[in-house]
Ligand binder design. Structure first.
Ligand code: FAD
Length: 316
């Protein structure tokens, strides 16, 4: 069926497509990734990135995907050169009643803090995987190619273009799925991180990711990624100087060592938000198509669980 002899054609080379590509290629399939942009030019590069569950639907499956990914990331943290490490950090909340619900962190222990910084009411310490996305995407691409996978730069106008080009198509187009499928229910939530020189911090910090703005910083060796913002229906991927300035200022209010830290890079990405993550099969001409998109602000954390579900459906 495939002129190139591929078993699977994956659309997209962000964290979702690459992880699916790695799982399928390592299961012995001939896999080609077709992508409009290289991994380092995707939203995935802009992720902060912390493993954790989420409030996304479908809740039970999301929880399973997060649990599966925790195992993979914990294994990756034990290897050199993957960009993944385990870090201690603090989760803070302004709400005394709620705090971070434990189901958001399946498989890790949350320890309540007796004392919290002023302005917060509850806080927890936790140890979990952090992912340095530029390094991690390189690791995934190397691993995909080492398993025999091929990557082709090609922008598709519709999914129908690849119907029949391989027996299986896996659609991991992120926000691009809005036009490709088409799926008008998929909407961008713009994020902006400021990467600065790490003044020596090893622990991460995040307050409640509710609303448009919250404070977070995630150390990755020499660099530290500061955030965060979530702007619904904003399509611009240009950095915004005023937002960047307020992100740095708010992080420095929490951690004074960050005051005046040298800015290395701005990273802007469009989180692919949807009422529910779409991981389901439907026919695409003579091919089987698995949709795997709509992971919002949790695509990194859910990547391995989703990839393994697709691989499981194909290998039985
Ligand atoms: C600031 C920020 C911080 C974040 N922090 C976290 C975090 O801490 N933890 C976490 O889990 N998640 C986080 N996220 C969310 C995470 O980045 C996304 O959920 C994830 O990157 C989505 O991955 P993806 O592979 O689906 O999409 P993308 O990375 O956007 O990749 C989509 C791919 O599809 C390709 N494509 C699209 N359209 C076409 C087409 N027509 N033809 C061919 N190819 C196409 C693109 O070129 C690209 O290769 C964060 C996001 C942002 C912006």
């Amino acid at each position: 069926m495939s002129p190139a002899g591929d078993d699977v054609l994956v659309v997209g080379a962000g964290v979702i497509g690459l992880t699916a590509g790695v799982c399928l290629a390592e299961a012995g399939m001939r896999v080609r990734i077709v992508t409009a942009a290289m991994p380092q030019d995707t939203t995935s590069r802009a992720a902060s990135a912390m493993w954790g569950g989420s409030l996304l639907e479908p809740a039970a499956r999301v929880r399973r995907w997060a649990e599966a990914a925790l195992q993979d990331f914990t294994g990756l943290a034990a290897q050199d050169g993957t960009g993944v490490h385990l870090a201690r950090g603090t989760l803070m909340s302004r709400d005394a009643e709620r705090g971070p619900p434990p189901f958001l962190f399946p498989g890790v222990k949350l320890s309540a803090l007796e004392q919290v910084r002023d302005r917060y009411l509850t806080g927890f310490t936790v140890v979990l995987p952090l992912v340095d996305m530029p390094r991690y995407l390189d690791h995934l691409l190397d691993r995909f190619r080492a398993a025999g996978g091929e990557l082709e730069l090609r922008k598709l106008r519709t999914l129908a273009e690849v119907a029949g080009q391989a027996p299986v198509v896996v659609n991991c187009a992120g926000i691009g799925a809005r036009e490709l499928v088409p799926d008008p229910g998929l909407r961008p939530v713009r994020g902006h991180s400021v990467v600065v020189e790490n003044p020596g911090l090893r622990e991460f910090f995040m307050d409640e990711p509710l609303g448009e703005r919250w404070v977070s910083f995630f150390p990755h060796g020499e660099e530290i990624v500061l955030g965060s913002i979530a702007q619904e229906d904003e399509w611009s991927v240009e950095p915004d100087a005023a937002i960047a300035e307020s992100i740095v200022r708010q992080c420095a209010e929490i951690e004074p060592l960050l005051r005046g830290a040298r800015v290395i890079e701005h990273r802007v990405g469009l989180r692919p938000a949807r009422s529910a993550v779409r991981l389901e099969e439907e026919p695409l001409g003579p091919s089987r198509c698995f949709h795997n998109y709509g992971h919002g602000g949790n695509g990194v954390a859910l990547s391995w669980g989703c990839a393994r579900e697709v691989a499981g459906a194909l290998t039985g």
